[in-house]
Design a protein around this ligand. Structure first.
Ligand code: NAP
Length: 256
């Protein structure tokens, strides 16, 4: 038999849960669909429009680690792949807990962090709140704030600045920041477009989470070209687990 036939026979007994909300999860889902492996892609339901996906999806929280544990049992899940965003701390710990308890094999699919290069001027902080604290001492300036919409209110304490916000969905309710320019876009973004955006808006500093990946790196490449300082929010502490950076590596892991 060819290796592909052997692989398909092996995969047939599998029933995967992929925790998603990232482009990595979507890439993996495409490979899973091609290999005809039974799988479900799970979304928290944070963004309003999820893209069409090549495998069945479910939306919404499980109800903590216990709820996830019940879901894994009730749906006869054989493997879990945590392909959530590197800042999605809670779901990663819940996955670790539920899978460890049930002894279900699990692995993470994640992007390597962005790295500072010679000539960059990055200041590192451990939370979005610390980034906001750092800004309170700055004279009024224009800030490119790329941290998502959930923690925007942390910057209420630094209202002297103008904020350029780039969000996937519009902010719900009234923005807690006085001077803002909001751009609604899911990306991926181009470096030249981001340079123009930053020059046109007279951006002087970039604040972002160290998400990693290609889809959102353009702001940093633009900042590098314009020699802008960056306040970089470090990744949270995640559980120690088998970690891969490419969807193809997960396929190998599933096979072996
Ligand atoms: P989080 O703080 O780790 O999770 C909060 C709660 O949301 C979890 O306890 C869980 O609820 C639910 N949840 C999270 N991811 C889920 C998933 N894939 N499927 C089902 N339920 C999920 O996560 P977050 O930072 O709010 O991120 C939420 C989602 O947005 C994730 O899918 C993540 O990949 C994506 N995302 C996050 C960021 C970011 O910067 N944090 C950026 C881009 C995309 P229960 O406890 O009820 O199960």
């Amino acid at each position: 038999p060819t290796p592909i036939i052997v692989s398909q026979g092996f995969f047939m007994s599998q029933n995967l849960l992929i925790l998603g909300g990232t482009s990595e999860a979507t890439q993996l889902s495409k490979l899973i669909a091609l290999a005809k492996i039974k799988a479900t892609l799970s979304f928290a339901g944070r963004v309003e429009r999820t893209k069409p996906q090549p495998i069945p999806k479910r939306v919404g929280g499980f109800g903590g680690a216990e709820g996830l544990r019940d879901y894994l049992i009730n749906n006869n899940i054989t493997h879990v792949i945590d392909a959530t965003h590197p800042f999605a701390e809670q779901i990663s710990w819940n996955t670790f807990k539920a899978c460890s308890e049930l002894r279900i094999p699990f692995a993470a699919l994640t992007r390597p962090p962005w790295l500072e290069e010679p000539g960059d001027n990055w200041k590192y902080v451990d939370s979005v709140k610390q980034a906001a604290d750092a800004l309170t001492n700055y004279a009024p300036t224009t800030v490119f704030l790329a941290i998502g919409r959930i923690q925007v209110s942390e910057f209420e304490i630094a209202q002297q600045h103008k904020y350029i916000l780039r969000l996937v969905d519009p902010y719900e309710g009234i923005l807690p920041l006085k001077i803002t320019h909001t751009i609604i876009s899911r990306g991926p973004f181009e470096v030249d477009d981001d340079i123009k955006l930053m020059v046109d808006n007279k951006v002087n500093i970039i604040i972002c989470k160290n998400s990693g990946g290609a889809g959102a790196v353009s702001k940093l490449l633009a900042g590098r070209r314009l020699k802008l300082p960056v306040i970089m929010v470090n990744r949270p502490k995640l559980p120690k687990r088998k970690t891969f950076h490419a969807a193809a590596e997960i396929m190998d892991w599933l096979e072996h």
